[in-house]
Ligand binder design. Structure first.
Ligand SMILES: Nc1ncnc2c1ncn2[C@@H]1O[C@H](COP(=O)(O)OP(=O)(O)OP(=O)(O)O)[C@@H](O)[C@H]1O
Ligand SMILES: [Zn+2]
Ligand SMILES: [Zn+2]
Length: 821
């Protein structure tokens, strides 16, 4: 007999393993690994979805349960996909089935509906006789009967008697009157249209319709049109002739034409037939390109970092590499952060690669995404551009995977399966012997370090394209402004520069990344900002616990009532984008200030619509959050103002410095991308802060070296890895108890290894930055150690034990590896 090893959706992480099922004879020739099935599982033999991992011949045995239903007509995962799902389980502590679903577009997901049907061969007389005297049972049977023999549980529940029908249904099942069934439905169907073509040759068709020309003029019209076209969709035929579908159908019956279903794709990219050649590269780009091309064609898995300053033309290098990949008959995947996937970027890809481009983006509808996915799977598109999830695009042969702005936190998933696109891309490039290319103006410290250690090849673009100058940046000390009586939040210098730009007719971008729950405290008299006694960073006020906290070492202290230096009054600083817009409108009456943040983006007014207006209408000032910081390429923007350069510095995590540096460099990089020189003004409360000064000088190399040493000293990635276990539940004591158990179970592994610079260390439990969300308390236990097979196995066991511990009922447990936030 044949048996299948199956990963189940009903399995939790604790019990997730390949389960064996018998393959019924009628499926033996149809079933393949990578297909989904329904199988009975658990005590009640409820149906569960499952993914077939492998098939094998085995000795006959009666112990195995049998597969119930085959859900897919062809595999939804390739052998590579199956391997990847297994690998993701081990890497990201998820179930294999969850990993598989993560790889598939939601349009392919099934929704299971439990229902009941009349048992075969049971007629009305029989059930009426058997349910006599049981009004509830009779009600259910009447419903089933009336509903054409089957109904789902929700419908049966709706019988208005206020009781749960499950008991009755069980009885009816035992009595052999009903059978339970599970229906699997997909959210999105394959979309098709009907195509008509002539069934006989044109002369014969016309000859046969000629005598009916008077009585059936429409039939004649359709036939003669079809004689000209050869084939056409029924929709088109009806549209051009005014005929009805009925007419077309009757022609089919007469044997004049033939109808066929053809698949159509929902997302219609503009059909660009005439693609344009790429622009030639400059010398630096060419050098990087040639090096990368050699790696790509080397027939080995490779990884490289392309470090190029803002405006150096990294995108052009990508385009040339993609062209090479295609020429070699292979495919390419390009990933960009969510907000960077603008129509202008897409347009760029379309003009060069036309119909070979597929887009996988969260803006598309479920149906559109699914159809784009199919175009990739079927080999119709071999250049995929998209956000994080595009990393799973089902290309058969991947020659190149690019992560643009690779330091972005949006590459880390925070949903069901907490994968990092970079890790998945590494797996896939290894599998396909392809090139993984990370691009950035401010690479993540981990990536830059990997390049330094020789794990990635490093390519550098030091200059802007066309030798355009980097913008001139000036810092403004806001404490000084406050002392001089300016509490408006806009410094004298920034105002002057804005006015200068208004006079010159050049555009300005103001950046204000107002972040929710952390704020800075400043003394209104001496301008002091409270700092951490152990680290050289400023403390941040957290309204959640009313304390000042350090994001590096976790130190926290109560908020003092007065300034510890001069006993002056302490003041919270920071304002939001809306208030700033009002202030500017007041200062500059008649000048349009365009605001772009989560509140101004609506369905009708997308981020692109606003940007187009900014570009074409030459709106003088654009003010916004993160959204204005990245990817914008407008030649007339010559001034960038950073209203509050410190904001992101005080997030509580070890990446805050890197984030701030990257963000500031990116924003500043929006200025002066054309012929005209760019300027930038960064306002700060901490003008001596290293990170801010390095960002102002756009000195990534020094920043990297300092940050690397800081990380080495404090034992953060890339020197050690972080495993963060987050527990949450409605009762604080229960959560803390579970944390303590986890801590204790880590000890036997940690204790004997503790010595030395790479020795593991357990921290916590510590409350999450926002302790209580939705009435659930959240605590974290942090393990610092080198990521390796052995510790992952230990952690998997601990998680499994925690999940199965009865005392942990109602708790949720999540594991993040090197979390971004
Ligand atoms: N080889 C080239 N030929 C023509 N134009 C180029 C070339 N290289 C770059 N450019 C132009 O230079 C500008 C900057 O290039 P691009 O946007 O690719 O830079 P980038 O390195 O991705 O910058 P950022 O990191 O700031 O987004 C663009 O307007 C681009 O069209
Ligand atoms: Zn003071
Ligand atoms: Zn500290």
């Amino acid at each position: 007999m044949m048996l299948a090893k199956i990963a189940l959706s009903a399995a939790t992480f604790a019990i997730d393993r390949p389960y064996s099922y018998r393959v019924p004879a009628q499926l033996e020739n149809l079933l393949e690994p990578g297909m989904r099935v329904l199988v009975p599982f658990g005590k009640g033999n409820r149906s569960s979805e499952g993914l077939v991992l492998s098939l094998e011949q085995a000795e006959e045995t009666h112990r195995l349960k049998e597969i119930q239903t085959l859900l897919d007509r062809r595999p939804v995962l390739t052998p590579e996909g199956i391997q990847l799902a297994l690998w993701m389980r081990e890497r990201f502590f998820c179930t294999v089935y969850a990993a598989a679903l993560t790889m598939l577009p939601t349009g392919l997901w099934y929704v299971l509906k439990e229902g009941y049907a009349l048992a075969p061969g049971v007629d009305r007389e029989t059930w009426e006789a058997k349910t006599a005297g049981h009004p509830r049972a009779r009600q259910v049977m009447t419903l089933l009967h009336g509903a054409g023999g089957r109904a789902d549980l929700a419908q049966i529940r709706a019988i208005p008697d206020g009781k749960d029908p499950r008991g009755v249904l069980r009885e009816l099942e035992k009595a052999g009157l009903v059978v339970r069934e599970t229906q699997a439905r997909r959210k999105v169907k394959d979309k098709t249209e009907q195509i008509a073509s002539l069934a006989v040759d044109p002369a014969e068709a016309l000859a046969r319709m000629e005598p009916r020309r008077k009585t059936a003029p429409m039939g004649y019209e359709v036939t003669s049109l079809l004689c000209n076209l050869g084939s056409a969709s029924v929709k088109e035929l009806c549209y051009f002739t005014g005929a009805s579908h009925q007419t077309v159908k009757s022609l089919e019956k007469r044997g004049i034409l033939r109808l066929q279903e053809r698949e159509v794709f929902r997302h219609q990219l503009p059909d660009i037939r005439q693609t344009q050649p790429l622009s030639p590269l400059n010398e630096a780009q060419q050098a990087a390109y040639e090096g990368l091309r050699a790696l790509m064609n080397g027939g080995k898995p490779e990884a490289a970092l392309l470090y190029g300053v803002t405006g150096s033309g990294k995108t052009q290098v990508y385009l040339h590499l993609i062209e090479q990949t295609l020429a070699a008959g292979r495919g390419a995947i390009v990933m960009v952060p969510e907000i960077a996937l603008t129509p202008s970027l897409l347009q760029l890809f379309l003009t060069h690669f036309g119909r070979q481009v597929a887009v996988l983006h969260s803006c598309l509808s479920t149906g559109e995404r699914y159809d784009e996915w199919k175009r990739v799977r079927d080999g119709q598109a071999s250049v995929v551009i998209g956000t994080r999830s595009a990393v799973f695009a089902p290309l058969a042969d991947v020659g190149l995977m690019i992560l643009d702005e690779e330091q972005e936190s949006s590459y880390q998933s925070e949903s069901m399966v907490r994968y990092h696109a970079r890790e998945v891309a590494k797996f896939r490039c290894t599998h396909h012997k392809g090139l993984l290319l990370l691009g950035s103006a401010t690479p993540a410290v981990e990536s830059r370090y990997a390049a330094e250690m020789g794990q990635y090849h490093l390519f550098t673009l030091r200059q802007r394209y066309n030798a355009h100058q980097m913008p001139k940046v000036r810092l403004v000390d806001m404490k000084q402004e406050l002392r001089q009586g300016n509490a408006t939040g806009l410094s004298g210098l920034l105002r002057e520069e804005l006015e200068e730009n208004l006079r010159r007719g050049e555009q300005s971008i103001l950046f204000l990344n107002r972040r929710g729950n952390s704020r800075m405290v400043v003394c209104s008299q001496c301008g002091e900002v409270p700092t951490c006694p152990r680290c050289s960073v400023h403390l941040t006020y957290h309204s959640a616990n009313g304390r000042l906290m350090c994001h590096y070492c976790g130190h926290s202290q109560p908020l003092p009532e007065l300034c510890p230096h001069c006993y002056g009054r302490l003041q919270f600083v920071g304002m939001g984008t809306q208030k700033l817009q009002e202030a500017l409108e007041e200062s500059y009456p008649g000048v349009e200030i365009m605001r772009m943040d989560a509140d101004t983006i609506t369905a009708t007014q997308s981020h692109e619509v606003l940007l187009d207006r900014f570009r074409w209408k030459q709106v003088p000032i654009l003010l916004g959050t993160q959204m204005v910081a990245k990817g914008l390429d407008f030649a007339n923007v010559t001034l960038v103002g950073v209203v509050d350069g410190d904001l992101s510095l005080y997030a509580d995590n070890y990446r805050a410095a890197e984030r701030t540096f990257s963000l500031l460099t990116q924003v500043v990089g929006r200025a002066g991308r054309g012929e005209k020189l760019g300027r930038a003004v960064i306002q700060t409360w901490t003008p001596d802060n290293d990170v801010i000064n390095l960002a102002a000088r756009q000195d990534y190399d020094t920043f990297y070296e300092e940050e690397r040493e800081m990380r080495r000293m404090l034992r953060f990635p890339p020197f050690l890895d972080l495993f963060r276990i987050t527990l949450s539940g409605p009762e604080e004591t229960q959560v803390l108890r579970a944390c303590a158990v986890i801590r204790r179970s880590l000890e036997p592994w940690v204790k004997p290894r503790q010595q030395g610079p790479e020795g593991p260390e357990v921290l916590g439990p510590a409350p999450a930055p926002v302790l209580k969300v939705n009435n659930r308390y959240r605590y974290r236990v942090l393990l610092k150690c080198r990521n390796g097979r052995e510790i992952r196995a230990v952690l998997a066991q601990i998680l499994q034990a925690a999940q199965q511990d009865r005392a942990n009922r109602g708790l949720s447990i999540a594991m993040d590896v090197n979390p971004m936030d």
